[in-house]
Structures are given as C-alpha cells and as structure tokens.
Design a protein around this ligand. Structure first.
Ligand code: URP
Ligand code: ZN
Ligand code: ZN
Length: 460
C-alpha cells in the first residue's frame, strides 16, 4: 500500500519545509520536493501543517480506580485520541499487590488487543517493591515495558515507601528502565483529608485544598534526591505547580537526569474551576489538583525553556452521573481523574503556538518527539523521517475547533473545556500510512493498533 501526501508544510521538532511524503506499507520511504511516484492514495495537503502524530505518554484506559473503572476503554479511548491527532499512547498497566508484573502486562495486553486503533505501549505501575517485582522488572524491559510508575501518594493503594522506591530506582538504573513518579506526599495529604472531613468539609474543592503544592514539591524533591543517590534518571508525571517545577529546574541545573511532563489541565484550568456551582467541581477532581491561575504562566515558561519536556494528558475519565457522584457526600470518594486525550494537541497548539508562547518545532517536540525519545520509541515514532512510521497529522492552522461533550469522542458525560474554541483543526490522521480519521469520519479499524515493544530511555 502506497500513500502519497503532496504539497504539505512539513514540521518536525527540528525542520520546517514544504515537501511530498511517500509512505509504503506503513513506513515513510521518500520525502522530496516533488516526488515523481505513483501511489494507491494521494492526499493533497496544500495549506496544511504535516506533523508527526501526537504521542500521549500518559493515559488510563479501562483502569480500575477509586471503586470504579475509567470510562474510556482502549476502543473508545484510542478512537478519541485519533480524532485529536494522537497516533500513539502509552498507558499504565497495574501490578496489584500480591500479583506479578507479568500478570499485569498480560491483563493490559488483553484490554488493548482487538480494541486499540492506534499503536500503544505500557508503563508498569509497581504497587510494591518486593524482591519478586524488583526481579521481574528485567522481564518487563525485555518485553518492551521499559518504564515503571511509582507513587508517593495514595497510601494503602499504590504508595511505596522511600526504601522501596529507592530499590526500584537502583534496579531501573541497572537494567535501563526509567522510573516515572507520581510525586505528592500521600501521608501528609491523608492527614489533611481526615482533618477536613472532621470539620465537615465535604465539597469537591477540598480535594484541592488538602493537596497543597508544597506536598507535591516535597515529594518531587524526595524523588530527585533518591534518584540521584541511585544514579538513576527520573521522570516526574503530571507536574502541576511551580513549587514542583522549581525542584526540577534546580536538579536539571545541577546536571541531573530529571525530566517532567505537565498536562493541559494545569495549563488551561485552575483552582477556580472547583468553585463552580453545586457538585460541578467534581469534574476537576484529579491528583495533583488544579492550582491557582498564577501557576500557569510558569508552566508555559518551563515548556519554552525545556525545564518541562512533555505535555501528556493523564486521561482518566469518570462520568459525572454515575462515577464522580460516588463522592457526593465526601470529596475523598470522588474518583480521581479527568478526560483529555482528544483535546491535548488542539489545546497545546492554541495556547502554545497560536498564543506565540511556543514555536511550531517546540510544539512537535513536546507533543511527540520528546516522549518518543524518553520512552524508547524514537525514531520509529515521534518524527517524520525516512524509515519512521507513517504516523502523521494534517492540521489546518487556519481552522478552528469547538469543544463540547456533544461533538467529542471520549466516552464521558462532560468536557472540562466545554464551550471553548481553539485555533486550528485536525483535518486528517494517518497511522502507519493508513488514514484513520478524515475530517469527522473515523476510517480506522478497531484492533488495528499494535503493541509497541519499547527500547530503553534516551535523553531527549
Ligand atoms: O487523578 C489522577 N491523576 N488519576 C489518574 C491516576 C494517576 O495518579 O495518574
Ligand atoms: Zn499519578
Ligand atoms: Zn495518571
């Protein structure tokens, strides 16, 4: 199968030129000014940006959490991702306490197989650092699961103590793994939650008020120190506050291999959303929580200066009606998480490129190239180059996109960005040379997505 994209404005993390792209059997075979070749399908990309498909390195599809399961599975979640211009996701398999990482890996493969429409990899959540899980990390790396998420939050569920995290960091350093850390001080947060509830503070906003940025900064600092002691690289997930960012900046300035992602919700939403009427604040209950507005400019700056390397989503949707409602009487029972896999590329383009905070190259870097490198998928994924997969988004910089639950494809009954219009629109999406989204039409096939056996981390 030969697909030819003509007349496009090609943008990668480093390049910006006009060219034709020939994709043969899923892989980019030629890039040139005016290619003299015939193809089974020709696509005219005149006036459109031709960029690497987005990589969302942080999704939770079909995830059992908070007494329920995230409402998008690999079918609806990857379709929604595709509509948003994302062609690769890295989801989180969960090693449950008392169970093996291999069991978790196979469970998550089973969740994705036959459903995913785009390619996918897995990080492995380590809920404990026993000799068995530590030993079995090697088997995961061998099978292409080269990153491991550990938590300093959620005591009794995912939290592992400092000794356990340190052992996992040492092991990761030995075997070419990367520890991705959810950095919030869970023990302190639990005390604050207990105290808030004892005072009768049950509304959603208390979720944010009991998870202060200092608790994020402390755990970020701790993770950085433990990683330094273990001589291991560290990736901080869903960084939300300038307090935590300052810790990352200091570590990077010392030359330590510390990387961090933020998410659109921390760039576009704020604590004010928790003050929405009634129970609506529950829409934004996620961890870490949304911060006061003044954090946003500092996060954008961090993205511009490469103190933050990635924007991913932490897509973890729960419906208001049946799922968030579990916490009507207590914010502590609201399932943590929010949708975002479909909105990420458009939001970052809008707030980054259109608002002139980021160059087009930087946009590609933080949404595709850097996660591809950090998580061992580059140059197969994350760029447009001869030999790379034909994962491409055709984006109309002169278009606009209106966001609403009614038109979005995520399986959830609200959209945190309801009523917002973003500059630019995703016009077409190709995955390994196949058109999977054409305007409003889904042309992919459920289950066509392939598991990505990832290599070890590379410093982007
Ligand atoms: O609130 C969140 N972030 N839910 C998803 C799980 C996690 O910690 O990433
Ligand atoms: Zn997390
Ligand atoms: Zn997450």
């Amino acid at each position: 199968m030969k697909t030819l994209i003509r007349n496009g404005h090609v943008v990668t993390a480093t390049d910006d030129y006009h060219a034709d792209i020939l994709i043969v059997d899923g892989v980019i075979e030629q890039i040139g000014k005016t290619l003299l070749v015939e193809a089974d399908r020709e696509i005219d990309a005149a006036g459109l940006l031709v960029m690497p498909g987005g990589i969302d390195a942080h999704t939770h599809f079909d995830m059992p959490f908070g007494g329920t399961t995230s409402s998008d599975d690999f079918l609806t979640g990857t379709r929604a991702a595709a509509f948003g211009g994302t062609t690769t996701i890295v989801d989180f398999a969960i090693q449950q306490r008392g169970h093996s990482v291999q069991e978790a890996f196979e469970t998550w493969l089973g969740k994705a197989e036959g459903k995913a429409t785009i390619d996918y990899g897995f990080h492995m959540i380590l809920s404990e650092a026993t000799s068995a899980t530590l030993h079995d990390m090697q088997g995961m790396v061998d099978q292409g699961v080269t990153s491991f998420k550990m938590f300093t939050a959620y005591p009794g569920v995912f939290m592992v103590d400092d000794g356990g995290i340190f052992k996992a960091l040492q092991r990761a350093s030995d075997i070419g793994g990367l520890i991705a850390m959810h950095a919030e001080n869970g023990s302190v947060i639990d005390v604050l939650v207990e105290q808030a509830l004892a005072q009768g503070h049950t509304a959603p906003k208390y979720h944010a008020l009991t998870r202060p940025p200092e608790a994020e900064a402390e755990a970020t600092h701790r993770g950085i120190v433990l990683a330094s002691l273990a001589n291991a690289p560290l990736y901080i997930v869903h960084l939300s506050s300038y307090h935590a960012l300052d810790e990352v900046v200091q570590a990077r300035d010392r030359g330590q291999l510390v990387f961090a992602e933020t998410c659109p919700q921390y760039l576009f939403l704020s604590y004010d959303n928790y003050e929405e009427p009634g129970f609506d604040g529950a829409k934004y209950v996620m961890s870490p929580p949304l911060r006061p507005k003044e954090h946003q400019a500092k996060l954008w700056k961090g993205l511009g200066t490469n103190d933050l390397q990635v924007v991913s989503t932490d897509h973890c949707p729960f419906c208001m009606k049946e799922q968030k409602a579990l916490g009507r009487d207590s914010f502590a029972k609201i399932p943590n998480g929010a949708p975002g896999v479909e909105t990420r590329m458009s939001l970052v383009y809008d707030g980054g490129v259109a608002q002139q905070r980021l160059s087009l190259n930087r946009f590609v870097e933080i949404t595709a190239t850097a996660p591809a490198k950090l998580f061992g998928m580059f140059p197969k994924k994350g760029t447009i180059a001869v030999g790379s997969d034909g994962d491409i988004v055709l984006f109309d910089p002169n278009g606009s996109t209106y966001w609403s639950t009614k038109t979005a494809h995520m399986r959830v009954d609200y959209n945190p960005y309801e009523g917002r219009t973003t500059v630019g629109s995703v016009r077409m999406v190709l995955s390994r040379g196949e058109v999977i989204v054409d305007g409003e039409t889904f042309c992919g096939r459920d289950g066509r997505g392939q598991f990505l056996k990832r290599s070890s981390f590379k410093n982007p």
